[in-house]
Design a protein around this ligand. Structure first.
Ligand code: ADP
Length: 326
């Protein structure tokens, strides 16, 4: 199977993630290597609707691989949910001579890409750009490793002050309604316990754990919570712990710092491989699919599966975190 496309447009959509620039660079340079014209589409689906296109050269993506953010901007678009706006977007692409698309984003962006394919049959593939790592069909998403390391660096620093003042800290990390960052940073950062939306923890058990740590002479502790933990979020948890046990927990919400910064080597490598594979996939005639990585091999998953199936968090790591902090 091969395709006769002559041009490709690349865009970022949804939440931004470190490594998106490295992915754009890989898409652009591979497309040029394969003699395709390549266009940057600014501001995600909004930029498609308002024809914010720019033809890119190898130089356009120079000095970019190490930069956080997304130079094409990554945005959300309510307009794109309307069929008439998608028709306008498609007409703009056609007018500009953009024959195929690479979408860098999360599952919401994939849903938009799938809809665009269903309605207009334009060849389109996706690559996973989100710090949340919650995309079915890929072991890792672009940005996850960087966000994880940013959160880890923060936790290491919090540990210093927690130790000096014998304090209990609750650190809230991002991840939307999944616990990938929380679970992994909790393990890497030596947290006592981790709260993730996928598996509710008993507050009583957590308090017992902290009390037994204190009895053993461990006077500072770190709990990690995912932002999607319900009921919870860090301030509610701190209040509940104070009411039940009298422990005065300090709260640190890491927030958007996790979305920025220079991508790690792992994210740059992943972004480069996936970006190049997106172009090779389009040339082979792949469409309506997400490119991912599984067991270190490039893989494809239909947009439908990628947006309807759920990736399983390794919940057994919660037990490991508990054991290793006891
Ligand atoms: P992410 O890609 O990070 O999951 P969002 O869920 O915000 O981000 O989705 C990004 C954009 O994708 C939305 O703002 C919207 O324009 C588009 N989108 C999401 N779902 C659909 C859909 N069902 N049909 C068309 N477009 C969609």
């Amino acid at each position: 199977m091969s395709s006769k496309i002559n041009s490709v447009g690349v865009f970022c959509s949804g939440g931004d993630a470190p490594g998106m620039n490295a992915a754009i660079r890989a898409v652009v340079r591979t497309a040029l290597f394969r003699n395709l014209k390549v266009y940057g589409i600014y501001n995600g689906y909004n930029g498609m609707i308002s024809a914010q296109f720019e033809e890119l050269t190898a130089k356009s993506v120079g000095n970019l691989i190490q930069r956080g953010g997304a130079f094409l901007k990554a945005g959300r678009s309510k307009e794109f949910l309307k069929p008439e706006s998608r028709k306008l977007a498609y007409d703009n692409l056609k007018k500009a001579g953009i024959e195929s698309l690479v979408c860098i984003g999360g599952d919401g962006s994939y849903r938009g890409a799938h809809t665009l394919f269903e309605e207009f049959k334009i060849p389109i593939v996706g690559i996973p750009g989100t710090i949340d790592n919650d995309i079915y069909g890929t072991d890792y998403t672009i940005g996850f490793d960087t966000a994880l390391n940013t959160a880890l660096d923060a936790i290491d620093k919090i540990r210093d002050t927690a130790f000096s003042h014998d304090r209990l800290f609750i650190v809230e990390v991002m991840g939307r309604d999944t616990g990938y960052i929380a679970l992994n940073v909790g393990l890497a950062g030596g947290a006592e316990e981790v709260f993730v939306p996928e598996s509710p923890l008993s507050l009583e058990k957590v308090i017992e754990h902290i009390q037994s740590s204190v009895q053993r002479g461990k006077l500072s502790s770190i709990l990690v919570t995912a932002e999607g933990q319900k009921p919870g979020r860090a301030y509610d948890l701190a209040e509940a712990i104070r009411k039940k046990s009298g422990f005065d927990a300090k709260v640190c919400v890491l927030g958007h710092m996790q979305r920025g910064g220079s991508p790690t080597a792992a994210d740059r490598i992943l972004a480069s491989r996936l970006g190049a594979s997106a172009i090779e996939g389009l040339l082979k005639g792949f469409t309506d699919v997400a490119i991912g990585i599984q067991n270190d091999q490039i893989s494809t998953t239909t947009f439908l599966d990628a947006t309807t199936k759920k990736k399983q968090l390794k919940l057994e790591l919660l037990q490991l975190i508990h054991i290793l902090s006891t």
